[in-house]
Design a protein around this ligand. Sequence first.
Ligand code: CP
Ligand code: NVA
Length: 303
Amino acid sequence: MKHFLNLIDFSPDELAAFLTEACRLKEAHARRVPARSLTGRVVGLVFEKPSLRTRVSFEAGVAQLGGTALYLPGNEVGLGWRESLADFARTVGRYVDALVLRVYHHATLDGIAAAGAVPVVNGLSDWSHPCQGLADLLTVRELFGGVEGRTVAFVGDGNNVARSLAVGCGRLGARFVLACPVGYGFDDRFKADYRRRVSPDFPAEVNDAAAAVRDADVIYTDVWTSMGQEAEREERLRRFAGFQVNAELLAKAKSGCKVLHCLPAHRGEEITDEVIDGPASAVFQQAENRLHAQKAVLEWLLE
Ligand code: CP
Ligand code: NVA
C-alpha cells in the first residue's frame, strides 16, 4: 500500500515526477480545464493541531479533482486513545480511500500506516512536513527554472519543515545550509538517516545567519516555536534573537535572492513585515503551490 509519509522515501525521479505533474495541474487549473482523476473517491482529513493551508488546500484540491473530502477533528476520532491506531485504520479504511493526518507524534502516522488498511499522507508531524517540502521545491523550480544547483539557506529551527526541505534539496541536487543557534540544529537521528539514505555529505550547519545567506538563492524561515512547543516560547525567543530574517540580513544575500516561509508567520519574530511583504518574498506563491503539489500526491496515491 502506498503512503506519503516522508520525502526521504522518494527517489529524485519520483520527486521530479510529482513536480512535473503539479505544474501540469496548476496550468490546467489556471485554464479552468476540469479534472476528474478523483471522481468517486473520498479523502479523510484528520487534524490534531490547527491548520489553514493544509486543511483548505487538501479540501479544495480534492474538490478540484472531482472527489470528496471529509474533515475529522482529531479530538473527536481520538487517535490511539479512543481506540487503537490499528482499529481506527481498519475501520476508516472501509469508508475512505485515503487519509491525510496532522499529528503531534510521527509515530501515530507510522502506526496507522502499519495497519495496511488505508493510504496515509503526512499533513505535518513533529518529525516532518513532506507536503510543505514538495510545494517548496515546486516554488524554487518556478522561481529559478529548476532546483538543481541552487542554494537554500534555512535560517531558524532545525524542525519538521527544515528536515523535509533539507531532504528535498539533497534529493534534487540543491545545496542546503541551516543557520541556527547552538542546540537547535538537526538531531543525530536525522543526520544518520540523511547520511544513509540521501548522501554521506550532510548539509552544512552554521550558527551565523549572515554567513549562511551570503551565497543563497533562497532564504527560508519558519516559526521559532512550533505547535506543541509553546512552553519553550520565552526561551526560544531569547535564543533565536540573532536569527531574524530582516532587511539587514537580506542585504547580505545575492541580488535576486528570494524569501520563502511555510506560514503561518510570527511577524516581528522570525521575519519582519518589510521582508515578508517585500519584493523578494514569494510566500503566497509558495502557499498556493501546496494545492497543486498535493493534488499530484493524491493522484499518485489513488491511481
Ligand atoms: N504551512 C502549513 O502547513 O500551514 P498550516 O499550518 O496553516 O496548514
Ligand atoms: N514548524 C511549524 C510549521 C507549521 C506549518 C510547526 O510545526 O508548528
